[in-house]
Unconditional design. Structure first.
Lengths: 363, 350, 365
């Protein structure tokens, strides 16, 4: 049984490599896998087979990843599979931890690894090793940069990364109004791939004339550490007397910045926005320090990741461009090339939920 | 107690712990026994264990080097920045190794020539060299190294052993010989035990310290280059936080933090223990923080239990009161917590 | 961490420091103070607001937590030990106190501080007992408990953060509370508490009998024991003080940041050691003052905060410059201090013969 699944995974992997190399896959009879329909046919992912997996968050210190795991467990139960083992490094700066867990997964001979990559390119040798051993590697939340060239079958994107930039720009516009003003970005670590992608996208989005009055004055890094983020937020305020908004696309940064503004009685003067966890932000949204922020559902992200991974690992879904499948309660998805990477495939979950005082307490 | 048992008491204890860990690991996970897993165990932490070997020299010498992880990042960043700027790759590697040595020499100057405490100097180095790495690579991840370089870091070179692993195995043997069988090694113990005495007995204390600190920087730089090869790319946060893991390995190996005692055999055993705890518990799906916690408990118990046992034994056999140092290599000297230095000092400086 | 042995402890403990809190340390503090003033003036040329009340408030509030930790660290280092577990103690107390306040919203300020200090003190007691009575070197004990306390917190927290909205309203207002204001210059409550801690400890260490005993134990353990000083209880007390102050710092952390993750406070152990050693506390034990450690903390925070606000220094240059400035500051302080001490020692050489009997007098007192 186990051997069979491994074989399927190898075949799925082979199919992926072939898809990556040539367009001829489009014809549909992919990889010698009789029961896996080609692109264009909608597959409803069904349970019945078991799948052993490891679900790797960026770090175990952030509650959003527990929510993602809750979603993955929910999906596993629906599919009648054993829930994946939830193992992650203690902090997002610990790239060694992810590499260790990935390597151990190969030794343990699991069927699938689902990873929110914190190690950028540095995970790639280990991910490649995993795929070589017949393991289905799916990334979520933060992708493996070289995608298919480094053993990744699919990236489950929370939102369209281009959309993130636009959502942040829209929130800034909403908060500052037509007359606009100065704002700054408070990011996590300088090495966080998704942060950097979002910031780049936001800078691109700002080119649009409708944002012409928004002026991005600086980008600083709080290293996803509350203390650093707090100090950085106050330093921004001191350095730019006309600053009106701090945009923090990180759950740690946004909470620390809001706390700093509240502590210094600056809430009316400098607003805080970005990507935040509703439970962290309730107070600041209600008292006006951070009136508006956005996030997606991490529970759904984990749920979708598990479904997609299960589909690929059990051979029901081919990880090729154009493949369509239905993932339980979340509905239909189509695999497409990832525009943010040279050789990666993705599905996009979406959408953002924008939180304001109206809905923050439900979040 | 026979002389050999007294002399090697600490190492025997570590060997016992290691056997316990191995037995536990075999019973915890069916995947533990396997050649590839043994290789992985080393390969995943190869840079740490290589630096731990030189750290043993530094601590025996009575100093400490908190900057090693930052020096790793600095030298790897020099490699990456030069490579990205189009320099010949061999030159980039050479410059990276030189960077490590210069960083060590720089800190060694403040410690050996100016007499500043190494804790202070290398604490500044911990911050500063990390910053130097950041200047070079900023927020990028620099990779695309030549094929042979990546392969050197990732693939087996001889049999199933990678280059890094071979380097470690040869390195620890050579280090053991230098530390225990050469006049230079013995002078480290004398300086570590009492630098005044060392000076009076004609040892060039400043020069020796300079050599040790420079070597520490060089080996850290080498480890940084190996890290770049193993992971295929360099970021500014490379190796962050490694220093405490490395120091833990050395201290668990029985090297006294106050200098002047410890053996390379102990350090080797301690490395095996730490790596196997991480690997075994990892395979049995214990969280990484739990692994760290277990190592913390072990670190304390490994000194505490022998202390309590020897005190208890002494009370029973000889009654209360002052007693000569006995097998546990502990001192019975209340507030002065020098650890286990008397015995091995005798063992090595005779 | 230079070595310590009977010979060198004689050197450290013998001629140089016999009476406690004396001239060399005053010199050290003065030279550090001068470096701080020079740094402020230098930075006032670089960025606009360096002399403003606002910047003063920023530095003083950001230094409060490290200053309290450095004070505790100093007490431990004076006894020739070290406490690397303080970062984890801060995390545990911040988290548990936050949890307590979430469950007991009616608990007041003093009860909350009491809870934090008690928890911190208990964790310090564990460290101290292992060091003093288990005879395990302090660095081994506290490297171990650094990991153990943190692991326990992670298991306990089960990935739940303490969030600002679960905390009582009065805690939100605490960071803004000022004791005194001179125009734009506030003395914030947190900074005032830190200063109070430093002053009390400084006086206690210098004037109280047990305070001087702590120095004696650290500067020459063998002599201290022969003189009949209670070395073990003193070591225990030092760790309890450090733990309790880390608990207080944990409360300050909670009050300042509101949101507490399981990794709250990690890295503060190195910050506290850095503040102490920059402040002239000798890692060889037996010398250094709490006030010096506070100045060390101020210098580091000042450099850090100033660099954050210096437009010419890009984000990526900050750490390199900070490291270089710390090294330069320590080296300058060391060289100046050495010269002054030598002069002082020469002028007092004639008196140094009385060293032993004087220590005897201290212990008899």
């Amino acid at each position: 049984m186990k051997k069979h699944r491994t074989l399927l995974a190898v075949v799925a992997g082979l199919a992926l490599v072939m898809a990556a190399c040539a367009e001829e896959q489009q014809a549909g009879g992919g990889g010698g896998q009789a029961e896996a329909p080609g692109p264009g046919e909608l597959v409803t992912i069904e349970g019945g087979e078991d799948m052993s997996g490891v679900f790797i968050p960026k770090a175990t210190d952030n509650p959003v990843f527990d929510q993602a795991n809750d979603g993955a467990v929910e999906a596993a139960e629906e599919l009648g599979a054993e829930p994946a083992s939830f193992e992650g490094p203690p902090s997002a700066e610990d790239i060694e931890g992810q590499i260790q867990i990935m390597t151990n997964a190969v030794t343990q001979g699991v069927d699938a690894v689902m990873i929110s990559n914190n190690a950028a390119e540095q995970i790639e040798p280990a991910a490649q090793q995993a795929q070589d051993a017949g393991i289905t590697v799916v990334s979520w939340d933060s992708p493996i940069p070289s995608g298919a060239d480094a053993g990744e079958s699919l990236f489950v994107a929370q939102v369209d990364f281009d959309e993130t930039g636009e959502v942040m720009a829209d929130m800034a516009l909403d908060l500052l109004g037509e007359e606009g003003g100065e704002f700054a970005i408070l990011s996590a670590t300088p090495d966080a791939a998704n942060q950097n992608a979002w910031i780049e996208d936001m800078e691109a989005a700002l080119e649009d004339p409708k944002y012409e009055n928004l002026e991005l004055v600086d980008t600083v890094y709080g290293n996803d550490d509350p203390e650093d983020s707090y100090d950085q937020a106050l330093a921004l305020v001191d350095q730019y007397p006309d600053l009106q908004l701090i945009m923090a696309p990180t759950t740690v940064g946004i909470a620390a910045a809001a706390e700093a503004m509240q502590d210094e009685d600056l809430c009316g003067q400098v607003l805080v926005s970005g990507l935040g966890l509703p439970s962290d932000m309730v107070e600041f949204t209600l008292n006006g320090c951070a009136p508006e922020f956005a996030l997606w559902s991490f529970t759904d992200l984990g749920y979708l990741t598990y479904y997609a991974t299960y589909g690929i690992a059990t051979g029901q879904v081919q990880a090729v461009e154009g493949a369509q499948f239905e993932a339980g309660r979340l509905g239909e998805y189509t695999i497409e090339p990832d525009p943010t990477r040279d050789n990666g495939l993705r599905i996009v979950m979406g959408p953002f939920t924008v939180y304001t005082e109206e809905n923050v307490e439900e979040g | 107690m026979p002389e050999w048992a007294r002399r090697w008491g600490w190492e025997l204890l570590l060997a016992g712990i290691l056997i316990g860990v191995l037995i536990l690991n075999v019973s915890l996970s069916p995947f533990y026994l396997g050649v590839q897993n043994v290789i992985n165990t080393f390969q995943l932490s190869i840079e740490k264990v290589i630096v731990a070997v030189i750290m043993a020299f530094v601590i025996v010498n009575g100093e400490i080097d908190l900057s090693v992880a930052s020096v790793m990042a600095f030298s790897a960043s020099v490699l990456a920045a030069l490579h990205a700027a189009g320099a010949p790759f061999g030159l980039a590697v050479g410059a990276a190794l030189l960077t490590g040595a210069i960083a060590g020499l720089f800190q060694g100057f403040f410690v050996a020539r100016m007499g500043l405490p190494s804790l202070t100097v290398t604490l500044a180095g911990l911050i500063g060299f990390r910053g130097a790495a950041r200047i070079l690579v900023e927020d990028q991840s620099i990779g695309d190294f030549p094929e042979w370089f990546d392969r050197l870091g990732q693939d087996p070179l001889v049999g199933r052993l990678s280059f890094g692993l071979l380097l470690f195995l040869v390195g620890i043997v050579v280090a053991g010989i230098i530390l225990h069988r050469t006049p230079f090694g013995r002078s480290l113990y004398v300086i570590g035990d009492n630098s005044e005495v060392a000076r009076f007995s004609g040892i060039n204390v400043a020069r020796t310290k300079l050599i040790v600190m420079t070597s520490s920087g060089f080996v850290a730089g080498l480890a940084g280059v190996l890290f770049a090869a193993r992971l295929g790319s360099v970021r500014g946060d490379l190796g962050q936080g490694f220093e405490l893991d490395i120091i833990t390995m050395v201290l668990l190996g029985g090297v006294s933090i106050f200098g002047g005692s410890g053996t390379m055999v102990g350090v080797g055993l301690s490395i095996l223990i730490v790596l196997n705890i991480r690997n075994g518990l990892g395979l049995a799906r214990f969280a990484i923080t739990t692994q760290t916690g277990v190592i913390g408990v072990l670190l304390i118990l490994s000194v505490l239990v022998p202390n309590l046992v020897s005190r208890f034994a002494r009370r029973r056999h000889r009654g209360p009161g002052p007693a000569p140092p006995s097998g546990g290599r502990t001192t019975d000297q209340g507030g002065d917590l020098r650890g286990r230095e008397h015995e091995s000092q005798q063992a090595t400086v005779e | 961490m230079s070595r310590i042995g009977p010979g060198s402890s004689e050197r450290v403990g013998g001629s140089r420091r016999r009476r406690l809190g004396l001239q060399p340390e005053r010199m050290r503090e003065l030279s550090l103070l001068a470096i701080i003033v020079v740094a402020v003036l230098a930075f006032s040329l670089v960025f606009e607001n360096a002399l403003s009340g606002r910047f003063f408030n920023r530095v003083t509030t950001s230094v409060a937590i490290t200053a309290v930790l450095a004070a505790g660290q100093t007490v431990v280092i004076i006894t020739r030990n070290i406490d690397l577990s303080v970062g984890s103690i801060v995390g545990v107390t911040a988290y548990l106190t936050g949890e307590y306040l979430g469950d007991h919203p009616d608990a007041g300020l003093f009860l909350a501080i009491g809870v934090a200090v008690l928890i911190g003190g208990a964790l310090g007691l564990v460290n101290g007992a292992l060091v003093a009575y288990g005879r395990v070197p302090a660095i081994i004990v506290t490297l171990g408990t650094l990991a153990i306390y943190r692991t326990w917190l992670i298991e306990h927290a089960n990935s739940q953060n303490i969030t600002a909205d679960t905390l009582p309203q009065w805690l939100d207002e605490l960071p803004r509370a000022s004791v005194l204001s001179f125009g734009e210059f506030d003395i914030r409550l947190t900074f005032a508490v830190a200063v109070l801690v430093v002053v009390v400890l400084q006086i206690a260490l210098g004037r109280l009998r047990w305070g001087r005993w702590l120095y004696a134990v650290g500067s020459n353990p063998d002599a201290a024991r022969q003189a009949g000083l209670p070395a073990q209880p003193l070591t225990l007390v030092a760790f309890v003080v450090s733990g309790a102050l880390a608990g207080l710092a944990g409360f300050m952390f909670l009050e300042r940041f509101g949101t507490i993750t399981v990794f709250a406070g990690s890295g503060l152990e190195l910050a506290s050691v850095a503040a102490a050693v920059v402040g002239g506390v000798s890692v060889l034990g037996g010398s250094g003052t709490v006030f010096g450690a506070m100045l060390g903390a101020v210098l580091i925070a000042l450099l850090d905060q100033s660099l954050l606000r210096t437009p010419q220094v890009s984000e990526f240059w900050r750490d390199a410059i900070l490291g270089a400035l710390i090294l330069a500051g320590v080296a300058a302080d060391f060289l100046v201090g050495k010269r002054l001490r030598r002069r002082w020692a020469e002028s007092r050489r004639s008196l140094s013969l009385g060293a032993t009997s004087e220590r005897g007098a201290v212990t008899d007192a």
